[in-house]
Every structure is written in structure tokens, then in C-alpha cells.
Design a protein around this ligand. Structure first.
Ligand code: CP3
Length: 340
């Protein structure tokens, strides 16, 4: 199906655009009352994500209600550990929790490399329904967590400020760590390929916990695997968002991907200099800027846009939108980008 609005794909591949495309990380599921209504009709996040018709509905909500230039499939990065044999739960107000974690050789033996199309058939079905219902209005973004971020949850068993157990593992059992990271990588490639086959137009890799590693470890335990994923996928444009990896921007330029996501700590001019002109940059307004009044949101958004002007850019926040942001301020952000 021909896309009516392909700004995102043209911006990603460095083609001419009439205006900068805009979408928000975590636009589905966090801020909209319409999402909460659907969410209350089921037992929780996991049931919602595993019910393709409902997952498609909440994926499309931000397109209808906010006017973003792309949809992102409603799911979570933690479906990969589950598909490998390590199930998760979503604890109300606390976030993800794994009843079992990976600590030893015998834990690793229980895991398998996921086959995206079979083990995650509910996501694949949701993508097919979403593509049909979008009917080409905007592109659909598929996604997965970067292997390091997934590894961190599988070792730690929940969110953490420091992920010190996961980081300790890299020092105490580097060979074991690499074996698990490789299994996650192979599962992720299968999963992204299945998403692409089902119709996603672009894929994004979220390395949310990039910033807790030092540059040398980041190279060895994260970039290595992101690079394998980028190398394995050439069907659609790829975006790599490594939160906090300011120290890796020069190496990011060498990845086989079209777009690099910036968080709000990364200076725009400096990032462009480090990454070069051959990649699109995505980002990077501080999500906290949306706590302002409409004039303040407009001012902050224009200041960001000004700095990206004249180079390849996809407008977004520097991380996911915060759950208590007023959807009206998200609209002000989007409208300001569109009018710029
Ligand atoms: O972007 C989108 O809107 C699509 C859906 C999406 C979700 N999670 C749905 C979700 C995406 C892209 C993610 C990615 C994700 N999940 C990341 C990477 C991006 C980032 O923010 O750094 C991470 C680290 C996770 C892990 C995760 N899932 C956490 C820490 C939590 C709890 C806190 C939170 O974000 O609400 C989740 C739960 C989750 N994932 C919810 C949603 C809508 C909330 C569940 C609910 O409705 O109760």
C-alpha cells in the first residue's frame, strides 16, 4: 500500500521533505485518557499487548488524536526475554518484574533463541491489523530493545537505578555474558525480520541503558551486537537510540543505520559534528519541557528546531514522553514542529 504521508521515511533516508516529520517515543500508552479506557477493559498491560485488535487500536490513537507523522506498534521491549523462555510481569506503578532471572549456566540452558514469527505471533498479528487500519495514512514503526538493555533486565530481574548485578556480570563472567548477548541478538534479528515481513516501515532499536556503561565496555558488550543487528537488516531504514551514550557518538556514525536518536543531554551541533552529515538525527527536546505552558513549550520546541535546521532531522523528544504530561502540551509540541 502506497503511503500518503511518507515524511518519516524520506527524512530517514535523507531525501527532500516539505517539513520535518514528528512523533514521540512512548506516544502510545502513557498519556492518553483514551488509552486508559482501553487498558481498563482488560486485566493489564500484558493482556492488552497480547490482544492484537486492542494493541492495534491503541497504536493508532496517537495518529488520530495527536496528529503524529508515524505510529509505533504497541508492545514492549521485554517480549523478547519472554519469547526466549523468561516471562515477565508488569507490576502496577512499579514496572516490569521477572520471577526468574539468568545467573548461571543452568539458567542459560533453559533459554532458546526466539523465532519472531512463531513465538511473538501476537505482535505480528497486531502489526498486520494496524497496517490494514492505518490504510497508508502514516508509516508504522517496529522496534526492539538493544541486546545490552534486554540483558540488563534478564540479569537484574526488574528496573534498577544502577543495574549493578548486570554490570557485575560483565566483569565476573564476560564469556557467559557474551553467550547470552548473542542469543538475544539472534532472537532480535528474527523478531525484527518478522515485524518487517508483517509490514513495519522502519525499525528502531532502544538501548535505554546504554548510559550506565563506560565507553570501552559499551563497545564490547553493546555496540558489537547493535552492529550485528544493523548489518542483518537491510529491508527498511533503521534508527538506533542509545540513551546516555554520548561517548559513543563517533562510533555510531559507522553503524549500518540511517538515523541516530539523540537524548537531550547531547548537544545538537556537537552531535552533528561527531556523527557527520550522512545520518539523520532524531530528537531531542527534554521531555520535561512539556511541563511548561503553551508559550514555553512553543519556545523550547522552536529553539530545538532552529538548531537542527538545514540538516537531516526527525523531530522527537530526547526520551519517552512522561506519563503525567498534558496531551494538550504534546499537541503544542507537534503543531510547533509542523509550523516551523
Ligand atoms: O512507544 C510506544 O508508545 C509503544 C509502546 C512501548 C512500550 N514500551 C509500552 C509500555 C515501547 C516502545 C516501549 C519500550 C520500552 N519498554 C523501553 C524502551 C524505551 C524507554 O522508555 O527507554 C523500556 C526500557 C521498556 C521497559 C518498560 N516497560 C518499563 C520500564 C515499564 C514501566 C514504566 C512505564 O514505562 O510505564 C514498561 C511498561 C510499559 N510499556 C507500559 C507501556 C504502555 C505501561 C504499562 C501499563 O499500561 O501499565
Amino acid at each position: 500500500m502506497q503511503l500518503q504521508n511518507d515524511l518519516l521515511l524520506r527524512a530517514a533516508t535523507g531525501q527532500k521533505v516539505e517539513r520535518t516529520p514528528v512523533w514521540l517515543m512512548r506516544q502510545a500508552g502513557r498519556i492518553l485518557p483514551e488509552y486508559r479506557a482501553v487498558r481498563e477493559s482488560v486485566s493489564g498491560f500484558i493482556e492488552l499487548a497480547q490482544t492484537p485488535e486492542l494493541a492495534a487500536e491503541v497504536t493508532i490513537q496517537p495518529v488520530d488524536l495527536l496528529g503524529v507523522d508515524a505510529a509505533i506498534i504497541f508492545s514492549d521491549i521485554l517480549v523478547i526475554p519472554e519469547a526466549m523462555g523468561l516471562p515477565y510481569e508488569m507490576v502496577e506503578k512499579r514496572g516490569p518484574w521477572f520471577p526468574q532471572t539468568v545467573q548461571s549456566e543452568s539458567d542459560l540452558k533453559k533459554l532458546r533463541i526466539a523465532d519472531g514469527a512463531n513465538d511473538l505471533s501476537y505482535v505480528i498479528k497486531a502489526i498486520e491489523i494496524t497496517k490494514k487500519e492505518l490504510a497508508g495514512r502514516v508509516p508504522l514503526i517496529g522496534f526492539a530493545g538493544a541486546p545490552w538493555t534486554i540483558f540488563a533486565y534478564m540479569i537484574e530481574g526488574s528496573g534498577s537505578k544502577t543495574f549493578s548485578k548486570a554490570r557485575a556480570m560483565l566483569y565476573t563472567q564476560p564469556e557467559f555474558s557474551h553467550r547470552l548477548l548473542q542469543m538475544i541478538t539472534d532472537s532480535t534479528i528474527n523478531y525484527l525480520k518478522a515485524q518487517i515481513k508483517a509490514g513495519v516501515d522502519l525499525v528502531q532499536i532502544f538501548d535505554s541503558w546504554a548510559g550506565i556503561l563506560g565507553p570501552v565496555q559499551y563497545q564490547e558488550f553493546s555496540m558489537k551486537y547493535i552492529s550485528q543487528i544493523c548489518g542483518a537488516i537491510d529491508e527498511v531504514p533503521k534508527t538506533v537510540f542509545a540513551k546516555g551514550a554520548f561517548f559513543a557518538r563517533e562510533e555510531m556514525a559507522t553503524l549500518n543505520c540511517e538515523t541516530i536518536g539523540l537524548d537531550w543531554n547531547m548537544g545538537i551541533a556537537e552531535s552533528r559534528k561527531l556523527i557527520g552529515a550522512e545520518k539523520t538525527l532524531q530528537g531531542n527536546l527534554d521531555p520535561a519541557a512539556l511541563y511548561g505552558n503553551p508559550d514555553q513549550v512553543r519556545k523550547a520546541t522552536r529553539e530545538m528546531m532552529e538548531q537542527f535546521k538545514g540538516s537531516r532531522h526527525i523531530a522527537n523528544l530526547g526520551h519517552g514522553v512522561y506519563p503525567d504530561i498534558d496531551p494538550e502540551m504534546v499537541k503544542v509540541f507537534i503543531e510547533t514542529v509542523k509550523a516551523f
